[in-house]
Write a protein that binds this ligand. Structure first.
Ligand SMILES: [Fe+2]
Length: 216
């Protein structure tokens, strides 16, 4: 994981924006990502109480496909997204590591993803970051979105720019978890069989084969 805080932090008074070939066209929050030790209870609360439809389910392979993209080992973890209206989503990682009992103690979310509308806009944002000396930690095609990850070099906050590649809506969810939690299965109903996709073996996104199976 590229560590840009500490010795590599920009000096006080650093000026950015001198580069002109890259342009950031931000279109709101793509998703905010949180972490949980209890995914099924999380699904219950968000779908049943808050009425946020579950629109992406990922069952990550045993070997973490995104090592270092976010804190923790994501091997074997579930990664679910909920639609919060207005085209925005929030996401949860199921962490194996013991978490503090409350987010107040944790003090932060995991990362924030800012939406861009097109792949060209994502590449322009990437260019602008590079030209300003901000390392791109990861460039990942997730199948449902294409993401670049970087750090706020001042505060070390995990950030992401992302462009949707699939609808990820209640009508057309992106479902890749072949063994969803009971509450997720209950919430999804026949969508689970209609929309189930594979997670690519290399972890670089999903394909659109509808034949479910634990090994993709
Ligand atoms: Fe993300």
């Amino acid at each position: 994981m590229v560590q840009t805080i500490g010795t590599e932090a920009p000096a006080t008074g650093t000026r950015y924006g001198r580069a002109t070939s890259g342009v950031i066209k931000a279109k709101g929050v793509h998703h905010m990502a949180w972490v949980t030790n209890r995914m099924d209870e999380t699904v219950r609360f968000y779908t049943q109480v808050l009425q946020f439809p579950l629109v992406v389910t990922l069952q990550l392979p045993e070997t973490d496909p995104f090592p270092g993209a976010v804190w923790g080992n994501l091997g074997g973890a579930k990664h679910y997204f909920f639609d919060i209206g207005n085209g925005d989503r929030i996401a949860f990682f199921e962490f194996h590591e013991q978490l503090p009992p409350s987010y107040a103690e944790m003090g932060a979310g995991n990362h924030i993803a800012i939406n861009v509308e097109t792949e060209e806009d994502l590449q322009a944002a990437r260019q602008r970051l590079i030209e300003n000396g901000i390392p791109i930690k990861h460039d990942l095609d997730h199948g449902f979105c294409h993401s670049i990850y970087f750090d706020d070099p001042v505060n070390g906050i995990n950030m992401e720019f992302a462009v949707w590649q699939a609808p990820c809506t209640p009508e057309e969810p992106f479902l890749q978890d072949w063994n969803p939690t009971p509450a997720a299965l209950d919430h999804l109903g026949d969508k689970q069989t209609k929309h189930l996709l594979h997670f690519a073996v290399d972890g670089q996104g999903g394909d659109f084969d509808t034949d479910p199976g634990p090994n993709g």
